[in-house]
Write a protein of this length. Structure first.
Ligand code: ATP
Length: 596
């Protein structure tokens, strides 16, 4: 397919805010593509050249792109800058100038040709690579038509933002095959094992649905991590899963470790939101290289800061200082990390996802070769007790809490590892808080209002947060938060929001008129919120039901939505993807539990 045709589809997608229309447009586009094209087109639609966890970046700022446009179209730099300022959008400014000289013949390049050039651009890394990048982009601008140019230049600066999620793409795959969304669960299951939309599209095109059944863990493609359900007593846990393995719940950050030993040994670490964070934790990489001696493995654990003087583990607030881009080596000396290993997913060609927990655990233990000296080892096998005794389980919980840990995780003995799912195979039992809800709620920041009074300094006075409804694939609001943040947190929120602000409300947001924001933010920022209670409110859309008014002209609230009472920010959860925020299903459960 020609890139100009893709640009036509992208324009249609950009024009609509209806999720269903976007899904149909994507499905129609996907139908017309072959297996190579679908893979690369999916990445381009996400403004990328590879899946999110892959490190390929364009390395081009707005200014450099401006240089490409000026070079390609031989226009005056000043007049380009002025026009860009006026229009406020690099894509449209480029399109404007390209149109002026559109009498120039342009080659109708294919999507694959454009992709290949962009790939060369991104991977140019030697000296003088900046000029090479500018030239490659300039050549493309020269060759493509004006509408194509609008979208082409938005790709390297990451502002394509078409307002659809990975889930919309999965739905579109289903529509492509069957003309409805009924195949989404099947497609999603494969995606949870290999969350690479381009790859999934390619498999469907090559081998149809049958191909998806063979999707297995793949080294250096992070598997979506399994999550835990919540309960708040030993009794409930035993009633639910019976005899179980009990482990402490460590409060650090989760890592998925991929190791492949061939001529050179490669180790990669992935975070909860599937980012490659290998560069951040050189101490963990060195440790696993020494303490795990197999050819290929994927396993998981919780990384916790360790005090090398006292031999104590550190609280989350200190561990989190290890999440940084600079000064990594020094911080690693000051706060070394230990990794509590708890899950095995893949080993030497064998898929362990379907293997019962107790066997996965046994195998994992047998792989770890440590000295037993906590000061020297990096890996620790999370101690575990198997029990069906209520008192014993309560004691284990009390013991964990008295050590300053968050609580425990009970694991079903024959439970499989279900990528991406929150199910009863793992149950967390956390310290109860004084409030009526005994857990925090992870929310997405959807937008913000400008500040009044003192807050004008920060440029942000209140922010709207929401949870996720998996069924509708929409973010629904639960609170607008205007207090409870320190000055530093307000500033951090402003900086983060500024980076991801968008012109209009994203199609994935369902927001009541009363809760509209001055500035909308694309789905990126996840925050952990503590609240006293879940209440009901007609202005929040989480769980709200509308019905037609008597006159039939408007809608009125039939069932009010869920809202958070006294919400306050606990911390930013940069390790979570937007879809990982608390779900509507969970909030409903918390609400029911609280009213009991
Ligand atoms: P929370 O917000 O309650 O910390 P979460 O939303 O980050 O939880 P959950 O899936 O709800 O994630 O809780 C499980 C998390 O607990 C895991 O992601 C992991 O990071 C952490 N964890 C700590 N200790 C263990 C353990 N022994 N086994 C499994 N997970 C553990």
């Amino acid at each position: 397919m020609k890139f100009s045709k893709l640009a036509y589809f992208v324009e249609q997608i950009e024009k609509t805010s209806s999720r269903l229309s976007i899904t149909h447009l994507l499905a129609e586009l996907f139908k017309k593509l072959d297996k190579e094209e679908i893979e690369k087109t999916v990445y381009l639609l996400q403004g990328r050249l590879a899946p999110l966890y892959s490190a390929i970046e364009f390395g081009m700022a707005e200014k450099m792109i401006g240089r490409s446009v000026v070079t390609a179209l031989s226009i005056d730099k000043k007049s380009f800058e002025n026009e860009f300022k006026k229009i406020g959008d690099l894509g449209k400014a480029t399109e404007y100038f390209k149109k002026q000289i559109s009498l120039l013949e342009h080659d109708d390049l294919s999507i694959l040709e454009v992709y290949d050039s962009l790939y060369k651009l991104a991977t140019a890394s030697k000296e003088g690579s900046q000029d090479v990048k500018v030239q490659i982009l300039a050549r493309l601008i020269g060759q493509l038509d004006s509408l194509s140019c609008r979208y082409l230049v938005r790709i390297p600066i990451g502002v394509l933002r078409l307002g659809f999620s990975d889930m919309t793409v999965l739905d579109a795959f289903s529509w492509m095959i069957r003309g409805d969304k009924s195949l989404r669960p099947q497609i999603e299951k494969a995606y949870h094992v290999r969350p690479d939309l381009g790859f999934i599209g390619k498999v469907i095109k090559s081998d149809g649905l049958a191909g998806l059944k063979n999707v297995r863990p793949h080294l250096f493609t992070p598997i979506l991590m399994m999550r835990a359900e919540r309960l708040s007593s030993a009794k409930e846990i035993l009633e639910k899963i019976g005899k179980c393995a009990v482990e402490s719940k460590y409060d650090g950050f989760r890592l998925q470790i991929h190791i492949k030993k061939s001529k050179v040994e490669e180790v990669r670490l992935y975070s909860r939101n599937l980012e490659d964070v290998s560069f951040m934790y050189p101490d963990i990489i060195a440790g696993v290289k020494k303490e795990i001696k197999v050819d290929e493995v994927i396993f998981e654990g919780e990384a916790i800061g360790f005090d090398p003087h006292s031999g104590n583990f550190l609280p989350f607030q200190e561990t989190v200082q290890r999440k940084r881009k600079y000064g990594i080596e020094e911080k690693a000396k000051e706060i070394p990390l230990k990794l509590f290993a708890f899950e095995l997913l893949f080993l030497d060609g064998k898929n362990y996802l379907e293997v019962p927990f107790i066997e996965r655990r046994k195998k994992l233990m047998s792989l770890i070769k440590t000295s037993g000296d906590i000061f020297k080892d990096v890996l620790i096998t999370a101690p575990e007790e198997i029990t069906e005794d209520e008192k014993k389980l309560e004691l284990l919980f009390d013991d964990a809490v008295s050590k300053g840990l968050e609580g425990i995780i009970a694991k079903k003995l024959n439970g499989v590892y279900k990528p991406g799912a929150r199910e009863w195979n793992w149950i967390k039992f956390k310290r109860s808080y004084s409030s009526k809800i005994d857990d925090t709620i992870d929310c997405l920041v959807m937008g913000y209002d400008y500040g009044k009074g003192k807050r004008t300094d920060f440029g942000i006075g209140a922010f709207l947060v929401g949870i996720f409804d998996e069924k509708q694939d929409k973010f629904l609001t639960v609170a607008k938060i205007g207090t409870g943040l320190s000055d530093v947190e307000w500033k951090e929120l402003k900086v983060k929001s500024e980076k991801s602000k968008v012109k209009s409300k994203p199609a994935l947001y369902d927001v009541d008129k009363m809760m509209e924001c001055d500035v909308w933010v694309s789905p990126l920022i996840v925050v952990e919120i503590k609240a006293d209670e879940i209440t009901k409110s007609p202005v929040h859309t989480a769980g709200r039901k509308l019905k037609a008014s008597k006159s039939g002209k408007a809608f009125e609230v039939d069932v009010p939505g869920f809202a958070l009472r006294f919400p306050r920010l606990q911390r930013f959860r940069d390790d979570k993807r937007p879809e990982d925020v608390t779900s509507l299903r969970e909030v409903k459960k918390m609400f029911i539990k609280q009213t009991k």
